[in-house]
Design a protein around this ligand. Structure first.
Ligand code: FAD
Length: 475
């Protein structure tokens, strides 16, 4: 029997465990799997708290369905009846700009306007800014295949104002990153494809909108762009853990790793050890760097060089009767040029039903990121006070919250800087046989990409163990 050890029980490690178990069974490989997780609970950044009838997400609150891997896994795990989409009656996002919440015009797809009238009449972008965005129709596509930053790309095609007001808060914001350093290839490859195919982002997005409309006219069921689970995303973690029949060592850290024959010897923080024929590190890059320092200084150095930033989420629940804002949207984002200490705020109970207790509303503010990491270390009372001050100014909310929850994510957000994918290729090439790096530091931070990586890594491990088998039997 072979032994696979997976280090890290976030969504990537759990998905790898689940798919390795499934694939080994399908291919008749006799495999024992051990998952080691430092925390007492599984899930890593996926964490749901349910106080007093609220459903509060500490980390992610939903996943995108255009990347199918999370939706597929939920269905496979029998979670269909718990899947919920966004509340489209309240669709809409605001941008806090020059002292006002200004609505994103209808027809904007991935920050690109696809309808003339709502864009022309919107007060979000100035007329010179709109005209500059329109130049996208005439600017020749870039011929060079090298990576560039999101900021360079947007400035080149749509202009400076589109970068400041739309791309930086909406797109770099998803990655909690600085648009000036964020790799376009690693984060928004669709933009590169659209530029190449249509010669213009506006033309490409209009074509995408028409194709989507034709798709739903042809009777195809409409799937919400973002989905979640009714009781919170922790249900996905629980379902994965239930489906996994291997060994889970929660509350245990891997502290040492060395080669042992064709495999690896791992030391745990209780001084026990594990032998692994194959090993998956689904840990943050800086943890993997420490574990691999004695194996390859170059690999450890590259892992160390993956930068992380810290954020905090602050959720506030209110009695709807004392709350005098219509919450007619999913929330707002803040461009970096605005002097507020919030990155964004999701109007959670508008975006998804079932998130607030009956008669209540729920908001979630984001603090920290590349420019204000220091705020993450404020104590809970100071962070809640800061968020309430900002919401008073931006939304006019004076009501006392019924409850407040703070979650801090120190070094929680890996930064995909220009050239990221080329560095990941190199890191993977440097891995010794039977050792695999996976997770949000590498090929996508969103839940669907983490699941995809877990699945692909599991398949690579099974292929490796199956190849190794006959060689050793013959020797
Ligand atoms: C605030 C926030 C909001 C987000 N919102 C969204 C969203 O809405 N939608 C979306 O798709 N994505 C979102 N993301 C991104 C997404 O949540 C993460 O990228 C993803 O959950 C990371 O999963 P992972 O398994 O790769 O890493 P992690 O969840 O970080 O898991 C790694 C695990 O390794 C464990 N570990 C570390 N060291 C050791 C050790 N030595 N031994 C054993 N175990 C160890 C850790 O305890 C941890 O559990 C968000 C992220 C944050 C921080």
């Amino acid at each position: 029997m072979k032994h696979l050890v997976i280090v890290g029980g976030g969504i990537t490690g759990l998905a790898a465990a689940y798919y390795a178990q499934k694939s080994a069974a399908a291919q008749g490989l006799d495999l024992a799997i051990t998952l080691v997780e430092r925390g007492a609970r599984l899930g890593g950044k996926i964490m749901t708290d349910t106080p007093d009838g609220f459903v509060i997400e500490g980390g992610p609150d939903s996943f995108i369905t255009q990347k199918p891997w999370a939706l597929q896994l939920c269905r496979e795990l029998g979670l269909d009846d718990q899947l919920v989409g966004t509340n489209d009656a309240r669709r809409g996002v605001y941008v806090w700009r020059k002292g006002k919440l200004r609505k994103m015009p209808d027809g904007v797809m991935l920050i690109i306007p696809t309808r003339f009238l709502p864009f022309a009449t919107s007060n979000l972008i100035s007329w010179p800014g709109k005209l500059r965005m329109g130049m996208d129709l005439f600017i020749r596509p870039r011929q060079d295949d090298s990576d560039e930053s999101l900021a360079d790309f947007i400035r080149r095609r749509l202009g400076r104002e589109a970068l400041d007001v739309l791309a930086e808060p909406m797109m770099a914001g998803i990655h909690v990153s600085d648009a000036e350093t964020l790799s376009l290839q690693a984060t928004f490859p669709r933009f590169i494809e659209t530029e190449r195919k249509y010669g213009s982002l506006v033309r490409g997005m209009i074509a995408a909108r028409k194709a989507a409309a034709a798709h739903s006219r042809n009777g195809a069921g409409k799937t919400s762009v973002f989905m979640t689970l009714r009781g919170g995303l922790q249900a996905l973690i629980d379902a994965l853990a239930d489906a996994f029949t291997g060994t889970i060592k929660a509350g245990r850290s891997v502290t040492g790793l060395e080669r042992a024959g064709d495999g690896y010897a791992l030391t745990l923080d209780d001084d026990t050890s594990l032998h692994a024929d194959a090993l998956i590190l689904a840990t943050p890059a800086y943890v993997s760097a420490d574990l691999l320092r004695d194996q390859s200084a170059e690999l450890a150095g590259m892992l160390d060089a993956v930068r992380y930033v810290s954020t905090a989420t602050v959720s506030l629940g209110y009695d709807a009767a004392t709350f005098d804002h219509p919450l007619d949207g999913f929330g707002f984002v803040v461009p970096r040029s605005e002097p507020t200490r919030l990155l964004a705020c999701t109007w959670t109970s508008s975006k998804f039903t079932h998130r607030a207790a009956p008669g209540s509303v729920l908001l979630r503010a984001f603090v920290g990121g590349p420019r204000r990491e220091d705020l993450v270390d404020l104590d809970d009372a100071a962070l809640i006070g800061l968020v309430r001050d900002e919401l008073r100014q931006i939304m006019g909310i004076r009501a006392e919250p019924l409850l407040a929850r703070v979650f801090r994510w120190h070094r929680g957000n890996p930064q995909y800087e220009v050239g990221h994918l080329q560095r990941v290729d190199r890191m993977e090439a440097l891995c010794p046989p039977g050792l695999y790096l996976t997770g949000s530091a590498f090929r996508g931070v969103g839940i669907p990409d983490c699941i995809k990586q877990g699945q692909a890594t599991a398949q690579a491990v099974i292929d490796y163990l199956r190849q190794a088998e006959p060689a050793r039997m013959g020797s």
